[in-house]
Design a protein. Sequence first.
Length: 70
Amino acid sequence: MPRYYFHLRSRDRFIWDQEGIDLPDTASARGAADRAATELRGDLQESDPICCWTVAVTDESDELIHVASL
């Protein structure tokens, strides 16, 4: 099963996902990123600047396959 990595990035920060998660395919990884973005958006305080955060999904070869905005 392929491994996908869900990195968090903003204008000035990048938080690497070094563990990743095994998912059956790219479509599943895209859906997981969209759900994670929605969940993270709900966890942020109103004062947090969410407009610039994204979840960037890469595959095992470090190819960018999806970006979900918070």
